[in-house]
Every structure is written in structure tokens, then in C-alpha cells.
Design a protein around this ligand. Structure first.
Ligand SMILES: C[S@@+](CC[C@H](N)C(=O)[O-])C[C@H]1O[C@@H](n2cnc3c(N)ncnc32)[C@H](O)[C@@H]1O
Length: 383
């Protein structure tokens, strides 16, 4: 048997058991065009062959599907067609698009399950309506034009050649200097805050905040997460810590949420400034994945130092699947973070390891219902 896996230095379970040998034999067969042609016609194999083919075609065409969604969002068609069906000609006229091409867009929307045909018009389908119900989704889809540019040459991205468009779009990760222009800060803070609602919802379901007395959110942006926790847990004191240009937008949010008297706002950089003490719990929501391991290690040590004995840290962000890779974490967020050029998406196990190295104990992964939104890991400073 040619053992390329063994030669490559891989250790079992790749083989040499019968399962591994069978898989290698099967894969050689499946990769043979003549076998494919036979399998797609034979009664016992054509179902699998058709499913594999359709799945492969979906992967090949995935970026076109995303761009159809992008066009529907840019023209605001999901919202416009929510209540009444409209004919393609009318939409073509409204948006200055040739009628045949508008029909092509609408038909594609139907094919993707976002729209449905009603008589000779088009209306938003359930999936399209669900997209309208996700706060921040439209903003996320729109800013993907930046990520697409970086993914045009995935090999250059993998080799780390040159600065990426996404890194220029999110300048705060390079430190406070890149985040001082008020317009830039307002743009990214708004995008983060819009998409925060679901993250907060999932985090609040996965982690109990009820026994906390005082929560500090480090890298908390303009306070959207803290405001959500503050509304859910009456009496909890709140502290926001983020870069000076970012926290400038927070006061207004806390005032309109009626939380101003429960919140203190600290401007600073966790790279250069000590974290304020006094909170018995600290949250890091969508913060760690922006940073390299050494920055994360330093930050987690600072968080550990700022907590009292028995204090709790809550990490909430999209995570990879570790030994069980999944699409959201290992395909989307891993490549998103790669394009950011500063951090990486990590598995709950990797985050647990970093927390342990920083001195935390009782580290626990608390799964959420929607891991494509966020996952959570909690830990405690020893009593
Ligand atoms: C991806 S955003 C997440 C914001 C918020 N936690 C959320 O989930 O919506 C990362 C946040 O970390 C903040 N940040 C980045 N570097 C920082 C630093 N050195 N010190 C303090 N905050 C920082 C950014 O300003 C930004 O608000």
C-alpha cells in the first residue's frame, strides 16, 4: 500500500485500519470521471451522485449567490416587496435597470428562496423576511464589498502579501492612532452596534449575569452590549472601557436607555493603559479574534489582574469548531479574520487554553443556539 499520509508525518487515525483503506479506495473511485458518469445513472448511486454534484455546484456558485443577495439589499428590494407583490417592469423603471435584467435578478432571488412569485409579480419570501429581521445583516452584507476585494486573490491572502482592504476598513485594530478620525470611528461603531443585538441575546441566554454585581465590558464599543445586559439585569453596575474616540459615542446610548446613572465610562487602550478595578465580572465581546495571541495573552492577564478573587470573565465571539470545523467559524470567520491581518478566529478549546495560561480556573464552554452569531467561554479568578 502506498502510504502517503504516513510519509507526510501524519499519525493515525488516518489509517492503516480497514476504514481508512476503504475511504482511500472509495475516493479514488469517486475521483474517476468514468465512475462518476456510471454512478450518476445507476439506481443505487445516482441519489448520492446528484447530491454531491448539487453541493459542489453550490460551492462553485456561492459568490454569485452572495452578489445576488448584495444587489437585493442595495436596491432595498426585500423591504420594498415585503407587503405587496410588484411587477419586474415597475421595479426596473424605479431603479433604472433594464427590464430583462431586473427580471433576472428577481428570478435569482426566487431561486435562492429570498423572494417568491405571486401572480405576475414578486414578493418577499419567508427567508427574505427573516433577513429583514436580523439587525445589522444589511450593513454586514454591504460591507462585504471590501472582503470580496481581499478574496479576489485568496493565495495572496493566505501568503499575507500586502495590506488588505478589510484592514484599512477597520483601522482600530492597529491601535488608537488609526481610530481617531470621527467619521471612520462612527462608521465602524455603528456597524458593530447594529449587529450587537443578536450577540447580546445569545450571550445572555448562554451565560448567567444575575449573580454579578458590577460588569465591565472591555472593548465594548459604544455600549450596545452593556446596554442590553443593563436592561436584562436590573441593579447591575456597568463600566465601559474602549478607545477614547469610540467611547465618545456611548453617553448618548446610555442616556436614552435610562442607564446613565448605572454606567461609568473609561477611555483607554488595553495595550497601554491599566484596566480599571472594581468590577467582579469582565466581558470581552468580539474582541479577542481581532488580535494576535501575544496581545490576547497580555489582555487576559490584565483582565485577570483587574478582577477580584472569584471574579468572572466572559468571552463571547464567533469561534471555530476545532476538531469539528464548521462553515461559519472555519470558513467565514477564519478568512474574515485573516483579511483583518491582526487576529484569528479561535476554537473554544484554544480560548480556554489562553484563559488557563492567564491564570483563570473553572473554564467552561457554554454553547449558544446560534454559533454563527457567537459562542461563549467563561472562567473565574481563583478564590
Ligand atoms: C469588533 S469591535 C467589538 C465591539 C463590541 N464589543 C461589539 O461586540 O459590538 C472591537 C472593539 O475593540 C475595541 N478596541 C480595539 N483595540 C482596543 C484597545 N487597544 N483598547 C481598547 N479597546 C480596543 C475597538 O475600538 C472596538 O470597539
Amino acid at each position: 500500500m502506498t502510504d502517503t499520509a504516513g510519509k507526510a508525518g501524519l499519525t493515525p487515525p488516518y489509517g492503516p485500519g480497514w476504514r481508512a483503506r476503504w475511504r482511500r479506495w472509495r475516493n479514488r473511485k469517486v475521483a474517476d470521471p468514468a465512475f462518476q458518469s456510471w454512478a450518476s445513472g445507476f439506481a443505487l448511486t445516482r441519489g448520492v451522485a446528484r447530491r454531491d454534484g448539487a453541493q459542489l455546484f453550490d460551492l462553485v456558485a456561492g459568490f454569485v449567490h452572495s452578489q445576488v443577495l448584495f444587489a437585493l439589499v442595495e436596491l432595498d428590494l426585500l423591504a420594498a416587496l415585503q407587503d405587496t407583490p410588484v411587477k419586474a417592469d415597475a421595479l426596473a423603471l424605479r431603479h433604472g435597470v433594464d427590464s430583462q435584467r431586473m427580471t433576472a435578478l428577481l428570478q435569482a432571488g426566487v431561486a435562492l428562496g429570498l423572494l417568491e412569485r405571486v401572480g405576475d409579480g414578486y414578493q418577499t419570501a419567508r427567508l427574505g423576511a427573516a433577513a429583514l429581521g436580523v439587525p445589522g445583516l444589511a450593513g454586514m452584507i454591504r460591507h462585504h464589498d471590501v472582503l470580496y476585494r481581499d478574496l479576489t486573490d485568496p493565495l495572496a491572502l493566505l501568503r499575507g502579501e500586502g495590506q488588505t482592504a478589510l484592514a484599512r476598513f477597520w483601522p482600530y485594530v492597529f491601535g488608537a492612532t488609526g481610530a481617531s478620525d470621527p467619521d471612520t470611528v462612527a462608521r465602524y461603531s455603528a456597524l458593530m452596534a447594529e449587529s450587537q443585538a443578536l450577540v447580546a441575546e445569545e450571550t445572555l441566554r448562554a451565560v448567567s449575569f444575575d449573580k454579578m454585581r458590577h460588569l465591565m465590558d472591555v472593548g465594548g464599543g459604544t455600549g450596545a452590549f452593556l446596554a442590553a445586559v443593563g436592561r436584562a439585569v436590573p441593579g447591575l453596575d456597568l463600566t465601559l472601557f474602549d478607545l477614547p474616540a469610540v467611547v465618545a459615542g456611548a453617553e448618548q446610548r446610555f442616556a436614552s436607555a435610562g442607564l446613565a446613572d448605572r454606567v461609568s465610562i473609561h477611555a483607554g487602550s488595553f495595550r497601554d493603559d491599566p484596566l480599571p478595578e472594581g468590577a467582579d465580572a469582565i466581558s470581552l465581546v468580539r474582541v479577542l479574534y481581532d488580535h494576535a495571541d501575544d496581545t490576547v495573552a497580555t489582555l487576559l492577564r490584565a483582565v485577570h489582574g483587574a478582577l477580584p478573587p472569584g471574579g468572572q470573565v466572559v468571552v463571547s465571539e464567533p469561534m471555530t469548531g476545532g476538531a469539528t470545523p464548521h462553515r461559519a467559524g472555519d470558513a467565514y470567520f477564519a478568512f474574515y479574520c485573516m483579511a483583518m491581518q491582526t487576529g484569528r478566529a479561535r476554537s473554544p478549546g484554544e480560548i480556554a487554553g489562553l484563559l488557563g495560561q492567564a491564570g483563570f480556573v473553572d473554564v467552561a464552554h457554554r454553547p449558544t443556539h446560534r454559533p454563527f452569531v457567537t459562542s461563549t467561554v467563561t472562567a473565574f479568578r481563583q478564590l
